[in-house]
Design a protein around this ligand. Structure first.
Ligand SMILES: [Zn+2]
Length: 204
């Protein structure tokens, strides 16, 4: 099977899983992934040590199915990594294990595509853009911030940018220098928790 049809099949699989588990928005939470893992009998092993370039790994052996995830990952990358490892369980479990540090490999790229589609299907992304009249190459960085805020998606800014590039809403690399959290604060103001933290710091 060529790469393109392999990736397309994985997107179909991701949408099937969304349907099966009632994921109807792009706000997929850790609790959703935990629920899916439970149903497939996948154990989660949080990893204390930091390992270079390795966010997660998948094992299927005599002791059962285990996904190891770095404990240091914040919520969004953890959701994404759990979705990535779910793809290994659904399609690569016969390999016995997958160390997720070789990003150029077909099964790894496939896992990234599956994860992005599981969290925020391409069609929904395109529909959001089209509803706002945003055409090819016309997407601004502010639009990505509005999209994230409006849909409450748990797909990260880097995931959203990759998607926008792939679908032709921006040129590749166009947003490489954007500091997303900073831009978000410029548009929507500083979140309350951050203001409180700054106030506490000033008092200390
Ligand atoms: Zn992987």
């Amino acid at each position: 099977m060529n790469r393109i049809s392999y990736y397309e099949q994985l997107k179909v699989l991701a949408r099937d899983i969304r349907l099966k588990y009632g994921l109807f928005t792009p706000e997929v939470r850790l609790s959703d992934l935990r629920r899916i893992y439970k149903e497939y009998g996948i154990k989660i092993d949080l990893w204390q040590r930091k390992l270079r370039n390795l966010r997660g790994a998948y094992f299927n052996d005599d002791s059962g199915v285990t996904v190891m995830i770095s404990k240091n990952l914040p919520e969004e990358p953890r959701i994404f990594t759990m979705a990535h490892e779910l793809k290994h369980h659904l399609t690569d479990s016969d390999l016995g294990f997958s160390y997720c540090d070789q990003y150029a490999k077909k099964i790894e790229i496939g896992a990234e595509i599956f994860a992005a589609e599981l969290i925020f299907p391409e069609q929904d992304f395109t529909a959001w853009m089209e509803d706002r009249g945003i055409r090819a190459k016309k997407c601004k960085s502010e639009t990505i911030v509005h999209l994230k805020r409006d849909t409450k998606t748990t797909l990260s800014y880097s995931g959203l940018v990759k998607r926008a590039e792939f679908l032709g809403f921006i040129d590749p690399g166009a947003f490489a220098r954007i500091k997303w959290k900073k831009l978000e604060e410029e548009i929507y103001g500083m979140p309350i928790y951050k203001k409180l933290r700054l106030r506490q710091k000033a008092r200390a």
